[in-house]
Design a protein around this ligand. Sequence first.
Ligand code: UDP
Length: 242
Amino acid sequence: MDIHTNKHKRILLKLSGEILIGPTKFGIDYAACQSVAHSLKKIHDNQHELGIVIGGGNIFRGINLKELGMPRTPSDHVGMLATLMNGIVLQQALESIGCQSKVMSAIECPQIASSYRWSDATNLLKEGKILIFVGGTGNPYFTTDTAAALRASEIQADVLLKATKVDGIYNKDPIKHPDAVKYGKMSYSQFLAEKLEVMDATSVALCRNNHIPILVFNMQLLECGQINIASLIEKGTYVEEH
Ligand code: UDP
């Protein structure tokens, strides 16, 4: 049993689109989706209420299209639509293993997904549905990290879990710098003062203002089915106000 079940009952999990890539270099690998879905089911089975914000970086990042010469706003529209595609596939993977879930979109597309509404979201979470929030914040110039902080604030999540490619938060990029040092715990203010890049400052500031702790951990732990919050805290980095 997870000793943090009560302290961290309601979770907002931010998944980068990359978690759906699997062994390929681009797009969606259905086996990877199934594996993520099984991990999500375990979190849910462990008595957590679960909202997920999925990114779209495995398909499109607005910044890339901008580099091709398009203005930022329509580029970001494409990026937000990429999160919608990921959300639909993830929802299908969850349904295929008997897990009830719903895609809620910040961008209106009623034929495909429910429109995000705070009251619907909170009711569905209480009913035990897994919610997949797509379309980011619905606005260009933001990231899905900020969407995660926003949804976490709205649904009054007890913690924002951010799955990344590294083990937690380091003082510099551990992929480029082998001497990088990992933090076990840190404050929002320290994170912002050190201009760390694992999450954007807007998302961290939003969590700070709304007193939502952030737990950054390696996405491989999810892939291996390690979903106990207490052990994720031990292995990752926990950000809160000291
Ligand atoms: N995006 C946006 N507004 C938002 C969230 C996302 O415009 O509120 C766009 C942006 O272009 C971004 C893309 O959607 O690059 C995909 O999101 P992100 O890069 O955060 O995905 P991740 O890296 O988490 O897979």
